[in-house]
Design a protein around this ligand. Structure first.
Ligand code: PGA
Ligand code: ZN
Length: 377
């Protein structure tokens, strides 16, 4: 197939921030995709755009799109080599247009994007139920998760949605943050208590084991070498002790970014002291050159690095270290459900996506659709 047109346009993500949508047409097919944007972005991420999204998109259309006309795209390797050719534009326009182009090219190869990669595995869902940090005014911790431990995806989805609605009732919360998770005025520990109780009752009711997790997003409240809570200031050692105490008390299985994004030593020390999965998000920023085997897993946010071939490289590096990848949505999402396809096709054991709002539900529904298709075949 030969590329005959490439067009990028600006759309609005769920967070109200602008992002890119791209349509690519070949002589035999067409494919469209969009990409998310973050809010609690780490300092080691590639910029989503350079200057304004509008300017970056304009530059993409005038300088990148025309160079692609006539290029052959018949397989994954072609998408990756096209991406490598336009990688040099990232300092000028950011990572989002480049990643978005690769996604649109994938859709030209196959609308069922998960089939392109050769893998086929339904992930467990890490589902954000209570939200604070930079995503909402409430708790210092950014996300409180449940992880239903069943490979029967519709059951997992039902359990997450049920927990989301029961926690909303318990908190009497009328507000949700950027990812559709409830805003809690109870503080970190009390909020965990509520989540723990509700998860237990839904687990008893459904027979599904439900693990609990946290995204502390600690860089967001780390200032002058201290973690700033409303009622206390903790140094690095005290923060580790605080997190270990919560892990024990609430039997947490997953703790993301418990320490700030430069503290490799602290991550290693915490992981040494617990069986809980300690996960690096802002720490590694989906970048193989930042990856070190100091904890059990890493968040994979494709637009943190802005290139699909670098995401694949990061996944390979994680595999070599025996570390677990968790592919993740962002706080500013679009209706594109490609994340679900990537999780299944690239066989990430976990996907992080919350259970509220059309942009999140789109990913859950896509996972359910793939699950049903796979089950029937
Ligand atoms: P972000 O947050 O998309 O706002 O960066 C998500 C996260 O920190 O996991
Ligand atoms: Zn995070």
């Amino acid at each position: 197939m030969r590329i005959v047109s490439v067009h990028a346009r600006e759309i609005m993500a769920s967070s109200g921030t602008p992002t890119a949508e791209i349509e690519v047409k070949t002589n035999r097919s067409s494919g469209r995709a969009s990409v998310p944007t973050g809010t609690s972005t780490g300092k080691y991420e590639v910029n989503a755009f350079v200057g304004s999204a509008a300017d970056s998109i304009k530059t993409f259309n005038s300088e990148v799109g025309p160079t692609l006309l006539g290029a052959e795209v018949n397989k994954l390797g072609d998408v990756l080599s096209i991406e490598k050719k336009v990688e040099k534009f990232i300092p000028k326009i950011g990572g989002n247009p480049i990643l978005c182009l690769s996604y649109a090219l994938l859709r030209n190869l196959n609308k069922d994007v998960y089939k392109i990669f050769g893998g086929l595995s339904i992930p467990y869902q890490v589902c954000n139920i209570i939200g604070g940090g930079r995503h909402a005014e409430g708790t210092e911790f950014q996300e409180f998760h449940v992880i239903p431990m069943t490979k029967d995806y519709p059951r997992s989805m039902d359990a997450s949605k049920r927990i989301h609605s029961l926690v909303g009732e318990r908190l009497k919360s009328k507000r949700v943050g950027l990812e559709g998770a409830w805003v809690s005025t109870l503080g970190n520990r009390k909020s965990l208590e509520v989540l723990h109780e509700v998860a237990k009752s839904v687990s008893d009711e459904t027979g599904v084991r439900i693990n609990l997790g946290l995204d502390v997003a600690a860089s967001e409240f780390y200032k002058d070498e201290k973690y700033l809570y409303r009622d206390k200031k903790l140094n690095g050692d005290e923060q580790i002790e605080f997190i270990l105490d919560l892990i024990k008390r609430f039997n947490l299985h997953y703790v993301e970014d418990p320490l700030h994004e430069d503290d490799f030593k602290g991550f290693a020390e915490l992981q040494k002291k617990t069986k809980c999965m300690v996960i690096g998000d802002d720490l590694f920023a989906t970048n193989a050159s930042r990856l070190r085997p100091i904890c059990k897993g890493a968040i994979v946010k494709p637009n943190q690095i802005g290139m699909l071939h670098k995401v694949i490289e990061f996944l390979q590096a994680l595999g070599e270290h025996g570390m677990t990848p968790i592919i993740s949505h962002r706080s500013g999402e679009t209706n594109d459900s490609i994340l679900a396809d990537l999780a299944v096709g690239l066989e990430t054991p976990y996907i992080k996506v919350s259970a509220f709002g059309a942009e999140r539900i789109a990913k859950m529904e896509r996972l359910k659709e793939i699950y049903e298709t796979v089950k029937q075949s």
